[in-house]
Design a protein around this ligand. Structure first.
Ligand SMILES: C[S@@+](CC[C@H](N)C(=O)[O-])C[C@H]1O[C@@H](n2cnc3c(N)ncnc32)[C@H](O)[C@@H]1O
Length: 217
């Protein structure tokens, strides 16, 4: 992750601002509502699960969407400030809360029935680190992995690439289902499907993986 972005997430002000971002801006409120519906669709495939790891959880923004589909929740993030707010936001639900990096997840292999990871992959510019992150998600899951990625062939990304010819904006950090499949199979995960957040207005997709067998290289 860009160190400046990470510093922001780790700071009290950055965490506080993220905590209200999806409530204050109407476009973000709309996007959150849409995301809740997509998560419902995701779990109509995955089914209800017992132990669910949410990493990175941030301030627990998606907890209420996940809650109907899990019994025991582990809210985990590298930022202590995000977790402080998650503790307050989710006080009545009493999830486990732990500080940890997605590159070194401090849980044993196959500890969770489902590992859920929203909005981190597109912040990791280095492809080896991205692969390592996905392998870690797969390692600690014994059933399912659900993660978001910014789709290389989404309309949003194609338009951005065309516009770069004159506006020189930085390219997005993207992945294709083929790339996901390749890294996933090294930890015994099979890509079941991907679901776009909003076909026209977002490049973010949810990818659903199922653990099928021992890891292969
Ligand atoms: C865009 S927020 C997403 C949070 C939450 N999943 C959501 O959708 O609201 C990105 C989060 O990733 C966390 N993060 C960044 N690098 C991380 C790492 N290496 N391991 C765990 N969390 C990380 C940040 O602290 C931040 O809370």
């Amino acid at each position: 992750m860009d160190p400046r972005v990470l510093e922001k997430y780790k700071s009290p002000a950055g965490a506080a601002s993220y905590n209200v971002k999806y409530e204050e801006e109407w476009i973000k409120r709309l996007s959150k509502r849409r995301e809740f519906r997509v998560i419902e669709r995701v779990f109509s495939i995955v089914g209800p699960q017992k132990r669910l790891l949410d990493l990175p959880s941030g301030t627990g923004r998606l907890f209420l969407a996940l809650r109907p589909f899990g019994r025991e929740f582990f809210e985990t993030d590298v930022s202590r400030e995000m977790l402080k707010l998650a503790r307050v936001n989710l006080a009545e639900f009493k999830p486990h809360v732990a500080q940890a990096s997605a590159f070194h997840i401090p849980y044993r292999d196959a500890s969770f029935d489902c590992v859920f990871s929203a909005r981190l992959a597109h912040h990791i510019p280095n492809s080896e680190e991205r692969d390592r992150y996905i392998r870690e998600l797969g390692r600690v899951s014994r059933g399912w992995v659900v993660m978001t990625f910014f789709h290389t062939w989404s309309l949003k990304n194609i338009l951005r690439r065309v516009r770069r010819l004159w506006n020189r904006k930085r390219p997005k950090i993207t992945m294709s289902p083929g790339e996901l499949r390749e890294v996933a199979k090294t930890v015994g995960l099979e890509l079941v499907t991907t679901i776009p957040l909003a076909r026209l207005f977002s490049g973010h997709h949810y990818a659903i993986f199922r653990k099928v067998k021992e890891a292969s290289s």
